[in-house]
Design a protein around this ligand. Structure first.
Ligand code: GAR
Length: 202
């Protein structure tokens, strides 16, 4: 059994697709962490998944990252999945869960990543660039935005789109396939870090 914890800030469509696609006897979503109340948190509550609100500042009703680490270690969390979490993860958290935090990004990294590149900002930048393809990337999280080793990518043709919204729709469809696929490979222990590259074994 792989114990996963999802970090979210938005609608939660990736959380939902993973929840629906995961084989329940192999992968468990043990908790959802968010920096705010949002659609994804609502989904977690409806499905009786424990929710932790987190903040880097001292906010009533929110865990700070030190407390959150203690809670997640109790579970114990084996894989942290950033599925639309829009805050930078602090260094002490990255150190604690080294090589066990992954993020889904709505473009083909290393292009269209970095600070401020999230959600529709990404799709607008892709549209304005005149690129003909976009896609989704799942990568390990390190201390720099959208910078860790790439685990998997999938591309989509956007040559005939009318605007960024249409890119977002096409990319999201891909995300809903790619993220559960990668997490399933983690559960099967088929993700292997080999120097600078990440291999997915058959
Ligand atoms: C997804 O498109 C995800 O790739 C993106 O936020 C959206 C969340 O949607 N993440 C980022 O932009 C992170 N840089 P969801 O809440 O419906 O899963």
């Amino acid at each position: 059994m792989l114990n996963t914890v999802f970090f979210v800030s938005g609608k939660g469509s990736n959380l939902k697709s993973c929840y629906e696609k995961f084989p329940k006897d192999k992968i468990r979503i043990c908790a959802v962490v968010s920096n705010k109340k949002c659609g994804a948190v609502q989904f977690a509550v409806q499905n009786e998944i424990p929710v932790f609100l987190v903040s880097s500042e001292n906010q009533t009703g929110f865990f700070n990252y030190e407390e959150l680490i203690r809670q997640l270690k109790k579970i114990p969390a084996e894989l942290i999945v950033l599925a639309g979490f829009l805050k930078l993860i602090p260094d002490n958290f990255v150190d604690e869960f080294e090589s066990r935090i992954i993020n889904i990004h709505p473009a083909l990294l290393p292009s269209f990543g970095g600070e401020g590149m999230y959600g529709m900002n990404v799709h607008k930048a892709v549209f304005d660039s005149s690129a003909k393809i976009s896609g989704a990337t799942v990568h390990f999280v390190d201390k720099i935005y959208d910078h860790g080793k790439i685990i998997a990518q999938k591309s989509v043709d956007i040559s005939n789109v009318g605007g960024p919204e249409e890119i977002a729709e096409r990319v999201l469809d891909i995300e809903h396939e790619l993220l559960p696929f990668v997490i399933q490979k983690f559960a099967e222990k088929k993700i292997v870090i080999n120097h600078n590259r990440v291999l997915i074994a058959e």
